[in-house]
Write a protein that binds this ligand. Structure first.
Ligand code: GLP
Length: 251
């Protein structure tokens, strides 16, 4: 893992967008793994700007999102399908048929998970997976305790995650109780991973990831065993990490 330390959210977003657009220019038919949440808003805005300025084509790109709430369809303002459309897809030349997100309204959820996992493989696997991190160290919706061998599956969201994500809903009760998420093994199969973290809210998770051992208690800690991870983190997100540890991961 290499850490690119940046000043703040704006710098993180800019740097992340550069790395993603470089990937797409290098390989026009890249398979991108995408994420949602507040962390990604700036990155997607910078990516759209880059696309508009440089005409980087996404016509052959395929995308797979990490996760989706169960019970929210594409028209629901809090579904991740809606988020992706609003923040990114509608601005790019990518055909919507090449953008994949688990269907949280599928009648048979287990089959939907298997279909999603298979589709990723059929597309040749993910070239670059974008990742945020939950305050408890989750990745995708893989909560603490999730097996590292997990593939795409249905999860019950922890109360802390529902509470953290309640800021996007009108009340905490409206946050769905379940989601579909790529598993940890699915994420780890990606050829390259780009992990973003900004703000004090993420400081605890980032310090556990960098200072602690690899444990299912902190799902993101497995990323230290992946051969090709870049973390872009700002000063606040790194504030609980010792200077010594930061040096270990310097590019
Ligand atoms: N499933 C998503 C994660 O993929 C995301 O990384 C996390 C952090 O979100 P935020 O970027 O809003 O802090 O929230 C959700 O739980």
């Amino acid at each position: 893992m290499r850490i690119i330390q940046v000043n703040d959210y704006a710098d993180m977003s800019q740097k992340a967008a550069e790395l993603i657009s470089d990937q797409v220019r290098k390989k026009r038919d890249s398979v991108l793994g995408l994420a949602t949440g507040e962390t990604m808003l700036g990155t997607y805005a910078a990516l759209v700007k880059e696309y508009q300025q440089n005409n980087t084509s996404y016509r052959e790109v395929r995308t797979f999102n990490l996760d989706e709430y169960i019970g929210l369809d594409a028209t629901h303002p809090n579904s991740y399908r809606h988020y992706m459309h609003e923040q990114l897809f509608r601005f790019l030349d990518i055909p919507l048929s090449q953008t994949h997100i688990p269907n949280g309204c599928a009648p048979l959820l287990e089959e939907e998970c298997a279909r999603y996992e298979q589709l990723i493989e059929q597309c040749g696997g993910i070239d670059l997976q974008l990742l945020g991190i939950g305050q408890n160290g989750h990745i995708g919706f893989n909560e603490p305790g999730t097996l590292f061998a997990s593939t795409t599956h249905v999860v019950r969201l922890s109360e802390s995650t529902r509470k953290a994500n309640a800021r996007f809903f009108s009340s905490a009760d409206e946050v769905p109780t379940h989601a579909i998420t790529m598993g940890i093994a699915t994420i780890m199969k990606s050829k390259q991973i780009l992990l973003l973290a900004s703000g004090e809210r993420k400081a605890w998770a980032i310090s556990r990831l960098l200072e602690g051992e690899v444990t299912t208690d902190v799902p993101a800690s497995i990323l230290k065993t992946h051969p090709n991870v870049i973390m872009i983190a700002d000063d606040e997100a790194l504030s609980l990490v010792s200077q010594e540890k930061r040096k270990v991961y310097r590019p």
